[in-house]
Design a protein around this ligand. Structure first.
Ligand code: PHE
Length: 370
């Protein structure tokens, strides 16, 4: 007799007369509940709560009928055992049916339906189109950063990183940047407290690396930097730099020029030209700014290079002796060069992008082009 037929009869009609009989009867109910809970096929096209309602609804559910026909009419001596079994069953149904419903829903997902779900009795239809997730792509800044890293790794440089939340000492003092320098101003720098800043450049890692490794040292340092800048087409309060640092005996400015020339040709192509122009940084002496010939107009002059044919892309110079000393390196024995470039700027030139904000807006129409 099916469970539906049993619950409409009384214990007497079912010939259950003792405690053992009651327990066996409830055990049968539990098995039925368990079996139904796993029967995805049965519940698949029904409203989400159908399984729960069948067992637990106030009226006409299996439990409501057991209450009506078994518990309320039970002979006196069976009342306690029927009551106990009934309460246990109700608790179990409450605990298990919601879980079972969730499982059934999961098995209904397209992934499961193609053969991995609970329903393994039906062979998957191999003629249906497959489901595939789109993989996304590498962010253009990450892509450019990795490309730069690869070029320097090929030259024997190592990659070093440092903290984005930096002390004023490493970000300014150790780099010879005096208290009076405008870059230390609130207008240019994001302070966490008087002694802590969001680093304004990757140069503080020069000092950290010299302290950690000593000389000789050949590293590049990619990472995020922060300045108190209003966002516009060429400024972002968060941007990316890559620092380069070489410290060794007999290092000269010619090594710096040769390395940067090689790097630029690898990155932009053989036809690119570099222009070094004198500049000033407190942590390099002499210092220079590096311009690359505009790849958009090939040096003829356009709006991107402001008709000059050249685009400024980095600062560089020979490491100041005091900076070597601050890093624990003897400037009488060793010399070094350093540069700092804007990764975002390089990416803009390489891909012809005229607004730096596009990199940080997470707009898939832009990002999926890379
Ligand atoms: N740190 C400088 C800047 O952010 C760039 C730089 C790095 C210049 C290393 C010289 C040497 O503008």
């Amino acid at each position: 007799m099916a469970i539906d037929d049993k619950v409409v009869k009384t214990l007497g009609e079912l010939h259950v007369t003792d405690a053992a009989g009651v327990q066996a009867l409830f055990a049968e109910v539990r098995v039925a509940m368990e079996t139904e809970s796993k029967d995805c096929e049965r519940w698949r096209n029904q409203p989400p709560n159908a399984l729960r309602n069948r067992w637990l609804a106030r009226h006409n559910s299996i439990l409501a009928q057991i209450d009506e026909h078994w518990r309320k009419t039970a002979p006196k001596e069976l009342v306690p055992i029927v009551g106990r079994e009934f309460n246990a069953l109700k608790k179990e149904a409450n605990d298990k049916l919601d879980v079972a419903i969730a499982e059934i829903k999961k098995a209904e997902s397209p992934w499961a339906r193609s053969g991995t779900g609970a329903d393994r009795t039906q062979a998957p239809d191999l003629t249906l189109p497959g489901y595939c997730r789109s993989l996304g792509s590498i962010h253009p800044i990450t892509r450019v950063q990795r490309e730069m890293e690869d070029i320097f790794l090929g030259l024997g440089f190592a990659i070093e990183t440092g903290p984005e939340v930096e002390t004023v000492y490493y970000n300014f003092d150790a780099l010879n940047i005096p208290e009076s320098h405008p870059s230390r101003d609130d207008w240019d720098t994001l302070y966490v407290d008087a002694q802590t800043v969001l680093r304004t450049h990757t140069s503080p890692v020069q000092i950290r690396a010299m302290e950690k490794y000593g000389a000789p040292l050949y590293i590049v340092i990619p990472g995020k930097c922060y300045r108190n800048d209003k966002p516009d087409a060429s400024h972002s309060p968060m941007f990316h730099q890559m620092e380069g640092l070489a410290v060794d005996v007999d290092i000269t400015f010619a090594d710096l020029k040769g390395t940067l020339d090689f790097f630029a040709k690898q990155f932009f192509g053989e036809s690119v030209r570099l222009s070094f122009r004198p500049s000033f940084f407190p942590f390099t002496e002499p210092s220079g700014e590096v311009y690359v010939s505009c790849s958009i107009c090939d040096g003829q002059g356009c709006s991107v290079c402001k008709q000059s044919g050249w685009i400024e892309v980095m600062g560089c110079g020979m490491v100041h002796p005091q900076v070597l000393r601050n890093g624990g390196i003897d400037p009488d024995r060793y010399a070094g060069w350093a540069f700092g470039l804007g990764i975002d700027r390089f990416a803009m030139i390489k891909y012809g992008i005229d607004d730096i904000q596009l990199f940080f807006q997470s707009d898939l129409r832009f990002l999926s082009q890379f």
